[in-house]
Ligand binder design. Structure first.
Ligand code: SAM
Length: 248
Protein backbone atom coordinates (compact mmCIF):
# COMPACT_ATOMS: atom_id res chain seq x y z
CA UNK A 1 0.00 0.00 0.00
CA UNK A 2 1.24 3.51 -0.83
CA UNK A 3 2.40 5.54 2.19
CA UNK A 4 -0.24 7.86 3.63
CA UNK A 5 -0.65 11.01 1.48
CA UNK A 6 1.51 9.82 -1.42
CA UNK A 7 -1.38 9.20 -3.88
CA UNK A 8 -2.82 12.67 -3.22
CA UNK A 9 0.55 14.40 -3.71
CA UNK A 10 1.26 12.44 -6.89
CA UNK A 11 -2.17 13.23 -8.33
CA UNK A 12 -1.64 16.95 -7.68
CA UNK A 13 1.57 17.14 -9.75
CA UNK A 14 1.45 14.37 -12.38
CA UNK A 15 0.89 16.85 -15.19
CA UNK A 16 4.17 18.63 -14.40
CA UNK A 17 6.67 16.20 -16.00
CA UNK A 18 9.65 17.47 -14.03
CA UNK A 19 9.32 17.40 -10.24
CA UNK A 20 11.62 18.20 -7.31
CA UNK A 21 11.05 16.13 -4.13
CA UNK A 22 12.49 17.98 -1.13
CA UNK A 23 13.52 15.91 1.91
CA UNK A 24 12.92 12.78 -0.18
CA UNK A 25 14.26 10.34 2.43
CA UNK A 26 14.35 6.81 1.04
CA UNK A 27 12.52 7.95 -2.13
CA UNK A 28 9.11 6.36 -1.61
CA UNK A 29 7.26 9.42 -2.91
CA UNK A 30 9.98 10.04 -5.51
CA UNK A 31 9.50 6.57 -6.97
CA UNK A 32 5.71 6.96 -6.93
CA UNK A 33 6.10 10.14 -9.01
CA UNK A 34 8.11 8.19 -11.60
CA UNK A 35 5.59 5.35 -11.61
CA UNK A 36 2.82 7.90 -12.26
CA UNK A 37 4.62 9.13 -15.39
CA UNK A 38 6.80 12.08 -14.36
CA UNK A 39 9.86 11.91 -16.61
CA UNK A 40 12.43 14.08 -14.88
CA UNK A 41 12.50 13.78 -11.09
CA UNK A 42 15.11 14.94 -8.61
CA UNK A 43 15.03 14.08 -4.91
CA UNK A 44 17.17 15.91 -2.36
CA UNK A 45 17.99 15.00 1.21
CA UNK A 46 20.84 15.58 3.69
CA UNK A 47 20.90 11.99 4.95
CA UNK A 48 23.38 9.92 2.96
CA UNK A 49 21.95 6.75 4.53
CA UNK A 50 18.43 7.53 3.36
CA UNK A 51 19.68 8.53 -0.08
CA UNK A 52 21.47 5.17 -0.29
CA UNK A 53 18.23 3.37 0.67
CA UNK A 54 16.47 5.42 -1.98
CA UNK A 55 19.03 4.51 -4.66
CA UNK A 56 18.64 0.83 -3.78
CA UNK A 57 14.85 1.15 -4.06
CA UNK A 58 15.09 2.93 -7.43
CA UNK A 59 17.64 0.53 -8.90
CA UNK A 60 15.11 -2.28 -8.54
CA UNK A 61 12.53 -0.42 -10.66
CA UNK A 62 12.60 0.35 -14.41
CA UNK A 63 11.17 3.82 -13.89
CA UNK A 64 13.90 4.49 -11.30
CA UNK A 65 16.15 5.54 -14.18
CA UNK A 66 14.14 8.75 -14.46
CA UNK A 67 15.07 9.80 -10.93
CA UNK A 68 18.22 11.45 -9.58
CA UNK A 69 18.86 11.60 -5.85
CA UNK A 70 21.18 14.37 -4.69
CA UNK A 71 22.64 15.30 -1.32
CA UNK A 72 21.42 18.87 -0.70
CA UNK A 73 20.20 20.91 2.27
CA UNK A 74 16.83 22.67 2.15
CA UNK A 75 18.01 25.10 4.83
CA UNK A 76 20.28 26.66 2.17
CA UNK A 77 19.93 27.89 -1.39
CA UNK A 78 19.00 24.91 -3.57
CA UNK A 79 21.54 23.91 -6.25
CA UNK A 80 19.16 24.52 -9.18
CA UNK A 81 18.53 27.45 -11.53
CA UNK A 82 15.33 29.52 -11.44
CA UNK A 83 12.31 27.71 -12.89
CA UNK A 84 14.19 24.40 -13.30
CA UNK A 85 11.16 22.25 -12.34
CA UNK A 86 7.51 22.09 -13.37
CA UNK A 87 6.49 21.37 -9.76
CA UNK A 88 7.98 20.79 -6.31
CA UNK A 89 6.74 18.49 -3.55
CA UNK A 90 7.76 17.81 0.02
CA UNK A 91 6.23 15.13 2.24
CA UNK A 92 6.70 15.35 6.01
CA UNK A 93 9.92 17.33 5.90
CA UNK A 94 9.01 21.03 5.92
CA UNK A 95 8.37 21.06 9.68
CA UNK A 96 12.07 20.27 10.21
CA UNK A 97 13.28 23.30 8.21
CA UNK A 98 15.05 26.00 10.24
CA UNK A 99 13.14 28.69 8.34
CA UNK A 100 10.19 27.00 6.55
CA UNK A 101 9.19 30.23 4.78
CA UNK A 102 12.69 30.60 3.31
CA UNK A 103 12.62 26.95 2.22
CA UNK A 104 9.23 27.45 0.53
CA UNK A 105 10.56 30.59 -1.16
CA UNK A 106 13.41 28.49 -2.59
CA UNK A 107 10.89 25.90 -3.82
CA UNK A 108 9.06 28.75 -5.51
CA UNK A 109 12.27 30.02 -7.10
CA UNK A 110 13.26 26.68 -8.64
CA UNK A 111 9.70 25.98 -9.88
CA UNK A 112 8.56 27.56 -13.15
CA UNK A 113 5.95 30.37 -12.93
CA UNK A 114 2.48 28.82 -12.75
CA UNK A 115 3.92 25.54 -11.41
CA UNK A 116 2.58 23.76 -8.35
CA UNK A 117 4.06 23.37 -4.90
CA UNK A 118 2.54 20.52 -2.88
CA UNK A 119 3.54 19.86 0.71
CA UNK A 120 2.30 17.50 3.41
CA UNK A 121 2.66 18.05 7.15
CA UNK A 122 1.50 15.96 10.09
CA UNK A 123 -1.35 17.58 12.00
CA UNK A 124 -0.96 17.91 15.79
CA UNK A 125 0.23 15.03 17.98
CA UNK A 126 -3.26 15.10 19.54
CA UNK A 127 -4.74 14.27 16.13
CA UNK A 128 -2.13 11.52 15.63
CA UNK A 129 -2.36 9.22 18.65
CA UNK A 130 -0.73 6.39 16.64
CA UNK A 131 2.47 8.47 16.96
CA UNK A 132 1.93 10.43 20.17
CA UNK A 133 0.91 7.57 22.47
CA UNK A 134 3.90 5.26 21.81
CA UNK A 135 6.23 8.24 22.28
CA UNK A 136 4.43 9.27 25.50
CA UNK A 137 4.69 5.70 26.81
CA UNK A 138 8.42 5.61 26.07
CA UNK A 139 9.00 9.03 27.66
CA UNK A 140 7.11 7.92 30.79
CA UNK A 141 9.44 4.92 31.17
CA UNK A 142 12.88 6.10 30.00
CA UNK A 143 12.53 9.91 30.05
CA UNK A 144 12.48 12.64 27.42
CA UNK A 145 16.25 12.64 26.90
CA UNK A 146 16.14 9.09 25.53
CA UNK A 147 12.63 9.02 24.03
CA UNK A 148 11.87 12.65 23.11
CA UNK A 149 12.39 11.95 19.41
CA UNK A 150 10.83 13.78 16.43
CA UNK A 151 10.11 16.93 18.41
CA UNK A 152 9.05 18.76 15.22
CA UNK A 153 6.14 16.33 14.68
CA UNK A 154 2.95 18.40 14.26
CA UNK A 155 4.81 21.71 13.87
CA UNK A 156 3.05 23.97 11.31
CA UNK A 157 0.55 21.17 10.65
CA UNK A 158 -2.69 23.04 11.34
CA UNK A 159 -4.44 24.27 8.17
CA UNK A 160 -4.05 27.88 9.40
CA UNK A 161 -0.31 27.67 10.11
CA UNK A 162 0.34 25.72 6.93
CA UNK A 163 -1.56 28.31 4.89
CA UNK A 164 0.29 31.20 6.55
CA UNK A 165 3.79 29.94 5.77
CA UNK A 166 2.96 29.23 2.12
CA UNK A 167 1.43 32.69 1.71
CA UNK A 168 4.37 34.31 3.51
CA UNK A 169 6.66 32.66 0.94
CA UNK A 170 4.80 34.53 -1.82
CA UNK A 171 2.89 31.52 -3.15
CA UNK A 172 -0.60 31.97 -4.58
CA UNK A 173 -3.85 29.93 -4.59
CA UNK A 174 -2.94 28.30 -1.27
CA UNK A 175 -5.39 25.52 -0.37
CA UNK A 176 -5.34 22.92 2.37
CA UNK A 177 -7.00 19.56 2.70
CA UNK A 178 -7.12 17.40 5.82
CA UNK A 179 -6.30 13.77 5.07
CA UNK A 180 -7.40 11.09 7.51
CA UNK A 181 -6.65 7.43 7.87
CA UNK A 182 -7.13 4.86 10.62
CA UNK A 183 -4.31 2.58 11.71
CA UNK A 184 -5.76 -0.81 12.70
CA UNK A 185 -3.56 -3.20 14.69
CA UNK A 186 -4.35 -6.31 16.71
CA UNK A 187 -3.10 -5.10 20.09
CA UNK A 188 -0.54 -2.97 21.93
CA UNK A 189 2.41 -5.14 20.82
CA UNK A 190 1.14 -4.86 17.25
CA UNK A 191 1.21 -1.07 17.51
CA UNK A 192 4.72 -1.02 18.97
CA UNK A 193 6.03 -3.48 16.37
CA UNK A 194 4.43 -1.46 13.57
CA UNK A 195 6.17 1.68 14.86
CA UNK A 196 9.50 -0.18 15.04
CA UNK A 197 9.09 -1.29 11.42
CA UNK A 198 7.93 2.11 10.12
CA UNK A 199 9.84 4.67 12.11
CA UNK A 200 13.61 4.94 12.38
CA UNK A 201 13.46 6.82 15.71
CA UNK A 202 11.37 4.09 17.34
CA UNK A 203 13.53 1.37 15.75
CA UNK A 204 16.68 2.87 17.29
CA UNK A 205 15.01 3.43 20.66
CA UNK A 206 13.61 -0.11 20.71
CA UNK A 207 17.05 -1.57 19.98
CA UNK A 208 18.49 0.37 22.94
CA UNK A 209 15.80 -0.68 25.46
CA UNK A 210 16.47 -3.45 27.96
CA UNK A 211 13.86 -6.24 28.07
CA UNK A 212 12.51 -4.81 31.34
CA UNK A 213 12.24 -1.30 29.88
CA UNK A 214 10.48 -2.62 26.75
CA UNK A 215 7.98 -4.53 28.89
CA UNK A 216 7.33 -1.38 30.96
CA UNK A 217 6.82 0.71 27.80
CA UNK A 218 4.30 -1.83 26.48
CA UNK A 219 2.44 -1.82 29.84
CA UNK A 220 2.27 1.97 29.80
CA UNK A 221 1.21 2.01 26.14
CA UNK A 222 -1.51 -0.56 26.87
CA UNK A 223 -2.90 1.87 29.45
CA UNK A 224 -2.61 4.96 27.19
CA UNK A 225 -4.40 3.42 24.19
CA UNK A 226 -7.49 2.36 26.19
CA UNK A 227 -9.75 4.91 24.43
CA UNK A 228 -8.83 3.44 21.03
CA UNK A 229 -9.55 -0.20 21.88
CA UNK A 230 -12.47 -1.90 20.15
CA UNK A 231 -14.64 -4.52 21.94
CA UNK A 232 -12.57 -7.33 20.38
CA UNK A 233 -9.35 -5.87 21.82
CA UNK A 234 -7.95 -4.48 18.55
CA UNK A 235 -6.77 -0.86 18.27
CA UNK A 236 -8.02 1.79 15.83
CA UNK A 237 -5.88 4.93 15.88
CA UNK A 238 -6.49 8.07 13.77
CA UNK A 239 -3.77 9.48 11.53
CA UNK A 240 -4.17 13.07 10.30
CA UNK A 241 -2.15 15.01 7.76
CA UNK A 242 -2.52 18.47 6.22
CA UNK A 243 -1.96 18.61 2.47
CA UNK A 244 -1.18 22.02 0.98
CA UNK A 245 -1.30 22.93 -2.69
CA UNK A 246 -0.11 26.31 -3.95
CA UNK A 247 0.94 27.97 -7.19
CA UNK A 248 4.13 29.87 -8.02
C1 SAM B 1 10.11 12.28 7.93
S1 SAM B 1 11.32 12.13 6.67
C2 SAM B 1 10.30 12.16 5.22
C3 SAM B 1 10.95 11.46 4.08
C4 SAM B 1 10.14 11.36 2.78
N1 SAM B 1 9.73 12.66 2.29
C5 SAM B 1 8.93 10.46 2.94
O1 SAM B 1 7.81 10.96 2.79
O2 SAM B 1 9.10 9.25 3.20
C6 SAM B 1 12.10 13.74 6.62
C7 SAM B 1 13.30 13.78 5.71
O3 SAM B 1 13.82 15.12 5.67
C8 SAM B 1 15.25 15.01 5.62
N2 SAM B 1 15.85 16.28 6.04
C9 SAM B 1 15.92 16.78 7.30
N3 SAM B 1 16.52 17.98 7.29
C10 SAM B 1 16.85 18.23 5.99
C11 SAM B 1 17.49 19.34 5.35
N4 SAM B 1 17.91 20.40 6.04
N5 SAM B 1 17.64 19.29 4.00
C12 SAM B 1 17.21 18.20 3.28
N6 SAM B 1 16.60 17.13 3.85
C13 SAM B 1 16.42 17.16 5.19
C14 SAM B 1 15.56 13.85 6.53
O4 SAM B 1 16.86 13.32 6.29
C15 SAM B 1 14.44 12.87 6.17
O5 SAM B 1 14.81 12.01 5.13
Amino acid sequence: MAPFGVPEIVTAVTAAGSVLDVGCGSARLTLALAEAGATDIVGIDTSVDRLAQGRARLSAQVVGARVKLIEADFDHALPFPDGRFGAAVSRLALMIATDPVATLRELGRVTAPGGRIVTALWASVHDNPWFGLPRAAAVAVVGADRAGYARAFGRLGSPEQATDIHRAAGLADVRTETLQQTLCVHDTSGLWNWMVAENGHVRRLNAALSDAERAAVLDELHRLVADHRTPDGALRLPRTMTLVTATV
